[in-house]
Design a protein around this ligand. Sequence first.
Ligand code: ZN
Length: 358
Amino acid sequence: MAGGTSRADLARATHLSAVTVGKIVDEMLGRGLVREEETQPPGGSQSRGGTMGRPPRTLHLGGKRRFLAVELGVRRTQVAWVGIDGTPLLPIQSFPTPESVSDWRTKLAEMRLTFDGHADRMLLSLPGVFDAERGELICSPNLPWSEGRQLLEAAADAGGAPVIAVQEIQALALGHRASGRAADSFVLVDFGDGVGGAVMTGGELLHSPLPLCGELGHTGVHGNRRRCACGAVGCLETLVSRQGLLQSFQAASGSKAASWDDLRERVQRHGAEAWLLPSLDAAGSVLAGAINLLGIQSLVLTGDLPGLHPDIGRILTERAVQHSLIGRFGKLDGEVAPRRRIQGLITAAEDYLLQPEA
Ligand SMILES: [Zn+2]
């Protein structure tokens, strides 16, 4: 709906009658959830035949609500001031993620002031194991200082607004669903500073008894002796996170000074070379394990690794096909998709959005 839609389009898309759609739209207009604007057709306002028709109207997600969308990342924290449709109202900003709650609170508060506008809610995405019901970050191997409840309290304090917090990979899955291009059920795996997954079944996030669902990055890989930040040895994450990839690249190139930019340039030019293929094989097997367990035939890959070269998404998907039974039946689809985390955060706030505006 980002580009707007008409009542007639909504009726067609939902298979509801025009009268029913009209009632729902009127209710949403009354609540300030959408706004309706006249659109001038190309060539002027006269309809065909020369009679003055009622100008077509387009519905847009609307309302006066504004959000501060904050993505806590291992290296940087990104801050965006966005409207209800996720469009940034000002350029997105970021700061290096510091190493204490108090420094993070100070930085965030400084950045919020630069937006010079009121936020109704802060939408916060977090890496690690997040217990949304208790508002507690139980475990964050890459940002141990953020564990506990203090981070959310600091966020609310610095943002000047109540916080709606979501685990970062779950936010990506919600954002992918909101794109309108997603299957009803998919496994999304993100490769960044960590490696994690989220599962969408029938349009809903899969929730497990413990808030530990989707931790594919901490699956052990046979023969891998690297120590993971979680305390275990051999986790997939140590091979295909940014740091893990860089470690393999530095070893293969014989240069401890090689940077992520050097790695990216090399892969962009040469694709998946011998130093990278074993890690892709390992990742593909872990992906296949998830597919075999869940019985889901859509695999969505996001983040740094699949973004390096088009061959990488293809290889990861081929390995997942090779090692999953669904793949043997030719029913597994894989795609590389952009991260849509802000859209996911707004989706996570839908209970709040459905309340009437004050
Ligand atoms: Zn681990």
